[in-house]
Design a protein around this ligand. Structure first.
Ligand code: ADP
Ligand code: TPW
Length: 573
């Protein structure tokens, strides 16, 4: 705010943006400075908003998205114009795809020049480019509209189905000044940004009727259920009904993975056999084989009935008919189901739960045998056994996970015990979320983070180890180093160049962390990996463990090899 003897107090665009964010409880911004937002980042800091600076905007955007998922407040990413904006845009689109609330705020160049394509510095029509990739996109041209712009962005990000919002702030806006009192009045404190949405009573009854008649019921929990923070209601529903459940990967830990009703260890059996499936915050997209086909029992699939709890009314029937859509927020919908269960609800038939238990026991002991092996060079199983035990002993730790085999094996081997402790590649299976998610997890929760990273996956955001060191975050990165994308054994058949999936052999990723003052370990055995992890958790220092993994372990693309075009899938690896 500025004033002198002859003028009324003024407030500029910089401060209106900052005040509008603060008024709405936003205390942290993830970004990367440059024209025209460097001063904005400095002024934010001066006004008590934490500015966490990254080495690449995509990581800043990923951090904002993870913060949004973890806190239900939109995570804010701040970037410069054109290239910075585009770097952040991947994270914005990914957040939208995953239903995480975030706002990408980018500075932009002079409208008059951009719109006439006269070649401005970093010229780009950012608003038009962002619009199809996010839930909503806004531009503010007048300082007096900053309050409205931020309020609309917040509401759009968190209400209904959460998602990404783009807010375009042209350079000229920041230096515009308006009367300070009028400026303050122009700011909006958003009331009830994500209003509860109650399901209709007849929709609740329809769902209950279907559930009551089920002989082989199943509940599928998705990351929407984790996001909703309706943990107690969900657990009560599952335990009161005795229905077996499957957590999607980021719903792991909503109930402890060791819970007796978890059917994860016999996933293919329950998906193929269940007659009534209650989806809670999970879409029937590719991750659930679109609700049909072999995964869902082939011929059985047509007789299966779905109940779907979702906040988005248009999600139902996206892939298969939904017999009982239950539209509303998960907390309200699950509570309504609980109210309707009454005193005498019959729990899931013993024939069904017994068949599941039997298969589960068998599969778990097979897995235990695999995990007990100690091959000469570590493989995914022997290394993940160590991480599984460390997470069990430290259930408050947040696991970030990306890669192909490293992702698939970690998802099935590392049990989670508490809600929202697992962040991963999500709906797209995107590489590059690792360090951004890890930074946000550490900053928003103050808890230790273990990032389980394929060596290729790590490379997408690896430079952010400097960010981990700069902010001295309690993040332990474990790089599963098998010398390449998926595996390290490919050779170029012509022999005159590197194969596309090959990396430098026996690289020492731990040295990258040491370069910035963090702690590095090289772990070639489970005992060394365990010691390194224990040291990292005890010290709380940024640590990178280079875990040496057999380069021939794993498969191409992990469990999704079948998605390759046919001729590639037929190749033997
Ligand atoms: P997963 O990948 O874990 O299966 P998805 O991302 O496919 O999960 O599905 C999440 C679903 O949760 C989305 O359809 C989204 O609309 C829904 N959702 C998110 N938050 C809520 C909420 N608070 N209440 C109801 N549904 C929600
Ligand atoms: C943005 C394609 C999927 S998984 C993966 C790539 C490149 C890396 C697998 O190797 P990694 O893991 O991490 O060493 P592992 O455990 O099998 O050894 N670009 C983007 N996203 C995706 N998904 C890809 C490429 C891909």
């Amino acid at each position: 705010m500025t004033s002198d003897a002859n003028t009324t107090p003024q407030i500029d665009g910089f401060h209106l943006v900052i005040e509008a964010l603060k008024l709405n409880g936003i205390d942290t911004v993830y970004g990367l400075p440059g024209i025209p937002i460097t001063d904005l980042s400095r002024k934010m800091q001066a006004e008590g908003v934490r500015f966490v600076a990254f080495r690449h905007e995509q990581s800043a955007g990923n951090a904002a998205a993870a913060a949004g998922f973890l806190t239900q407040k939109p995570g804010i990413c701040l970037t410069v114009s054109a290239p910075g904006f585009l770097n952040g845009l991947t994270a914005l689109a990914n957040a939208t795809t995953n239903c995480f609330p975030m706002i990408l705020i980018s500075g932009s160049s002079e409208r008059e020049i951009v719109d006439l394509q006269q070649g401005d510095y970093e010229e780009m029509d950012q608003l038009a480019i962002a619009r199809p990739l996010c839930k909503a996109a806004f531009r503010v041209l007048h300082a007096a509209d900053i309050g409205v712009g931020i309020a609309r962005s917040i509401r759009s990000a968190v209400s209904g189905r959460p998602g990404g919002v783009y807010l375009d702030l042209p350079a000229k806006l920041f230096s515009q000044s308006i009367d300070a009192a009028a400026g303050q009045r122009s700011l909006i404190k958003v009331v009830d940004a994500a209003p509860k949405q109650l399901p209709a009573p007849e929709a609740v009854q329809r769902a209950l009727d279907l559930l009551k008649g089920a002989r082989r019921p199943l509940i599928v929990l998705g990351k929407g259920a984790a996001y909703a923070q309706a943990d107690d209601a969900i657990r009560t529903l599952i335990e009161k009904t005795g229905i077996p459940y499957l957590p999607m990967s980021m719903a792991k830990g909503l109930l402890p993975d060791t819970h007796g009703q978890s059917a994860s260890a016999t996933r293919s059996f329950v998906l193929a056999e269940a007659d009534v499936v209650l989806l809670i915050g999970a879409r029937l997209n590719w991750l659930l084989s679109h609700g049909k086909g072999k995964t869902w029992g082939g011929a059985n699939a047509s007789s299966r009935q779905f109940i779907q709890i979702d906040i988005s009314p248009t999600e139902a029937d996206s892939n298969v008919p939904i017999a009982a859509p239950l539209i509303g927020d998960i907390g309200s919908c699950v509570s309504a189901l609980l109210d309707g269960l009454g005193e005498h609800w019959a729990t899931a038939p013993a024939e069904w739960t017994g068949a599941i238990a039997e298969r589960k026991d068998k599969n778990l002991s097979k897995m235990a045998e695999l995990l007990a092996k100690n091959p000469q060079v570590m493989n995914f199983h022997s290394a993940l056994r160590v991480i599984r035990d460390v997470v069990k002993a430290n259930p408050e730790a947040i696991v970030v996970n990306e890669g192909a085999n490293t992702l698939d094996f970690a998802r099935s081997i590392v049990d989670m015990y508490r809600p929202r402790k697992r962040l991963d590649v999500g709906t797209w299976g995107i590489m590059g979320i690792g360090m951004g998610f890890a930074v946000a997890a550490a900053i928003t929760t103050g808890k230790p983070v273990i990032a389980i990273e394929g060596d290729s996956a790590f490379g997408f955001s690896g430079m952010e180890v400097e960010t981990l060191c700069r902010y001295d975050l309690p993040v332990c990165v474990v790089v599963f180093n098998n010398n390449g994308v998926y595996k390290g054994t490919d050779v170029n058949p012509r022999g005159d160049d590197m194969a596309p999936t090959q990396f430098v052999k026996s690289a020492r990723y731990d040295k990258m962390m040491e370069a910035f003052g963090g702690v590095g370990f090289n772990a070639a055995t489970p005992a060394e990996l365990d010691a390194a992890l224990q040291a990292a958790l005890a010290s709380g220092r940024p640590t990178l463990i280079n875990a040496v993994i057999d380069e021939s372990a794993g498969t191409e693309s992990g469990r999704i090899t079948s998605l390759y075009p046919q001729h590639a899938a037929a190749r033997k690896h």
